[in-house]
Unconditional design. Structure first.
Length: 296
């Protein structure tokens, strides 16, 4: 890819260096440091005058600061007239993609609309509000949504002769497309609680799993507090599964989610390194590199 430069934040270095090597493109680290009053000092090296930029930035953990840093950096690229493809493997605020109560701000849309003014394309991975692989135009922005599902499902196929895949809710069903043995559970939500932060209570998970003696792989787009995954794992255990592996693209693991999932009966947790954790056993760098290799 001639005349393209990769820029990356320190916490995205592994992905950026993989891309740099596989695409044969020079890469530069961005300098971000807090001032004593906790505002951000940001420096974007000027040694790279190329018009086309790939900017790689992990937005979790510390998504609020990471977003602010991203906006500063993108403003600088805009000021220089550089065209940016933004690589954000995990897209924060994605769950806030629709209004449930009047007056709620659809923050996923706010972020996307801002990005649509400063980037050519957003390359992301199993984005919660897109729910399909490929090119998607939304809220004025051009997305390319990659998926780690096939890579995760291949782990299941390699390990078990006859793996059984469980989607912990209907929203995760698309990840398991094409798998012969597949069950979808239903997440039943309770009433909507309105307060400092609005959310719908997660009441229970329903569904019949005929998995006695089977190797079960529960596959979701993300593990946040672990409630969704833990409920699906317990149901698989109660149904007599031989083994249960909890799999997801993004592992946020907030509030002791990993402990909760293991205590519910999971033998193992596997997530990608879209967010780095002790359970990141799948490297997404080759997936991102193959997207850029295919772009003409
Ligand atoms: C929800 O629709 C998502 O696909 C995940 O199931 C959910 O975000 C996981 O959240 P938690 O780990 O807090 O249950």
């Amino acid at each position: 890819m001639p005349e393209t430069t990769i820029f990356y934040t320190t916490k995205s270095q592994d992905i950026a260096l993989f891309l740099s090597q596989s695409l044969g493109v020079e890469s530069f680290e961005l300098y971000i440091n807090p001032f004593p009053d906790s505002e951000w000092y940001v420096r974007v090296p000027e040694e790279a005058p190329d018009t086309d930029v790939i900017f790689v930035h992990r937005l979790f953990p510390n998504q609020n600061d990471s977003l602010l840093q991203m906006f500063f950096i993108l403003s600088e690229f805009s000021a220089r007239g550089q065209r940016v493809v933004l690589v954000v493997p995990y897209f924060p605020y994605a769950k806030m993609h629709k209004k449930v109560m009047s007056g709620e701000v659809v923050t996923a849309r706010s972020i996307t609309q801002w990005l649509s003014r400063t980037v050519e394309r957003i390359v992301t991975l199993d984005c919660h509000f897109i729910k399909r692989e490929g090119a998607v135009d939304m809220w004025g922005a051009h997305f390319f949504n990659l998926s780690a599902a096939e890579t995760l499902l291949n782990i299941a196929r390699d390990r078990s002769e006859d793996p059984c895949v469980v989607s912990p809710d209907e929203g995760a069903r698309y990840l398991a497309r094409g798998t012969a043995q597949h069950y979808t559970l239903k997440k039943v939500r309770g009433e909507y609680k309105y307060g400092g932060a609005g959310f719908q209570r997660y009441a229970r998970t329903e569904g019949r799993l005929d998995v006695e003696g089977r190797d079960v792989y529960v596959l979701d787009d993300m593990i946040s507090t672990g409630g969704t995954m833990a409920k699906a794992v317990s149901l698989a255990r109660e149904a007599g599964a031989n083994s249960v592996v909890a799999m997801a693209t993004h592992g946020l693991f907030v509030r002791g989610a990993d402990k909760k999932i293991i205590e519910s009966g999971a033998d193992e947790i596997i997530v990608t390194n879209s967010i780095i954790s002790p359970y990141s056993k799948v490297d997404i760098s080759p997936l991102i590199a193959s997207y850029f290799s295919g772009v003409k």
